[in-house]
Structures are given as structure tokens and as C-alpha cells.
Design a protein around this ligand. Sequence first.
Ligand SMILES: *[C@@H]1O[C@H](CO)[C@@H](O)[C@H](O)[C@H]1NC(C)=O
Ligand SMILES: *[C@@H]1O[C@H](CO)[C@@H](O)[C@H](O)[C@H]1NC(C)=O
Ligand SMILES: *[C@@H]1O[C@H](CO)[C@@H](O)[C@H](O)[C@H]1NC(C)=O
Length: 261
Amino acid sequence: MRRAAAFLALLLCLYWMRAQGESGGVTENDITQTEVQSEILGVKTTSHQTNITPDIWAELKELRDMVIQQSVELRKMEQENTDLEARLNTTENVAEELKRENTVLEARMNTCENEVEELKRENAERPKVAFSVGLTDAGAVGPFNTDITLQFSKIFTNIGQAYSPTTGVFTAPVNGTYYFRFTGFEDRSKNWLGIKLYHNDKRITGSYDGNYDDGTVMVSNGFVLQLEKGDEIYMVLTPDYGVSDDHNNRTTFSGFLLFPM
Ligand SMILES: *[C@@H]1O[C@H](CO)[C@@H](O)[C@H](O)[C@H]1NC(C)=O
Ligand SMILES: *[C@@H]1O[C@H](CO)[C@@H](O)[C@H](O)[C@H]1NC(C)=O
Ligand SMILES: *[C@@H]1O[C@H](CO)[C@@H](O)[C@H](O)[C@H]1NC(C)=O
């Protein structure tokens, strides 16, 4: 707006100087007076001085038109400016939003990485427990007149060393859920086969069969048990019952940790 006003002032100034030149030293007042007089009287003068009057109006009109046009253009530019500012604001807002999202995502990624590390650590620290043992190559065991803990002496697997071949007892290294299974074999005729699985001093099963004929008998069972660290699992030979094994590995005892708890 200010530029347009200055431009208008300059044009007026130039116009005035030109008018001065054409009128040969007629003052602004003179022109105005002549104009006014001409208008009031409705006289169509023919003097040299009054000849310039229509020019003034024409040029003023032209100037007014220019100012109007400039104003229109200026408004248009102002509108464009506002539009651009709005778009810039939108862009800035989007950038801010993206930054925020980025921060959130970064935080989540850090959490994920930490969790992965934690899981790796847990997995590495997770106890590995699994055993599988056979009773003996020496043949028949029992019968005795009292409970005896069976000492499975043939070690197939003993990861974690939780099973002791010298005592025959498995000791839980951690709280957890475990799976155990066993098979007993007897080939002595007219003999009873009878073995029991114990969890500490609690019997889990007594598994029996009688070899009435001259064949062989087998008993077998499996359990998922929840153990606390230090709990003991072992097999017991029932009094007056027998069990047998040889190089065929037919009386066996196995167990493993399903998952810690
Ligand atoms: C752009 O943002 C500024 C600051 O938040 C605000 O003052 C201005 O009005 C906004 N312009 C438009 C066109 O939204
Ligand atoms: C094992 O479980 C028992 C009973 O739930 C609990 O008292 C004990 O604190 C646990 N021990 C470990 C090492 O988690
Ligand atoms: C019994 O186990 C031992 C030790 O792993 C093995 O050498 C043997 O071949 C097994 N016996 C049979 C009949 O598979």
C-alpha cells in the first residue's frame, strides 16, 4: 500500500511539473480556479490555459485505475502470502508430528531391543536339564525285604548333572515343570515286577506286573510334575518284587525340565 501511495505522489508530482511547463508558469491555484470557474459557469473556454483541464481528469482517472489495479494485485499477493503461510504452517505441523512419531518409534524400538536382550539373557541363563539312564547290565535286581532306591548306572544323557548315578536321585536345580518317565522289565518266570516313582517322600505311582508264564513283562509310566528347587525324584524297588536289565537297556528312567517357573 505504501509503495502505491509513493508511486501516486510521484506521478502527481511529475504531472504537476508537466502542467507547469505546458501552461507556461500557471500555478496550481490558477488551474484549480479555472477548472472550478469553468465547471460552475458551464463555460466552454477556449483559452490556452483551460485547454489542459480534460488532460488532468483523464490522467487522474488513469492514475485512479492504476491504484485500484495495484490494490487488487496487492490484495491478491496478500492472499497468496496467507495461503503460502498456511501451507508452511501445515508443513511445519506435519514435520513436528513426524518428529514426535519418530521419537515414539525410537523409544519403542529401544524397548524392543532391550526385551530381545533380556530374552537372550534369560535363554542363555535358562537351566538345561535332561537325563536318560539305564539300570544295569548285571541282570536281576531283588527281591529285597525293604524299599531300596534303584541306582540306574548306565548314563545315556545327563545334561545339567541333576541325576546322580551314585544315589539314583534326580534333584531339581530350579523351580519348574518337569517330565519323567520310566520302564521296568522282568524276564524271570514266577517273579513279580514292581517299581515305584517318588517325589520327595510322596509316592507318585506303583507299577506292578507278574511274570506268571515263561515270557517277559514290562511296566511303564510317565508324569508331568511341578517341582521346587531341591525336590527329589527317584525310583524305588518294592519289597518282595524284582526288576531286571541287561545290555538291551530295557529298564530305564528319563526326565527333563519342560520350563522353569
Ligand atoms: C501460522 O502459524 C502461526 C504461529 O502458530 C500463526 O500465528 C499464524 O496465524 C498461522 N498462519 C496461518 C495462515 O495459519
Ligand atoms: C520356588 O517356589 C517356591 C514356592 O512357590 C517359592 O517359595 C520360592 O521362592 C521359589 N524359588 C525360586 C528360586 O524361585
Ligand atoms: C545299550 O546302551 C549302550 C550304551 O549306550 C549301547 O552301547 C548298547 O548298544 C545298547 N544296547 C542295545 C541293545 O541297543
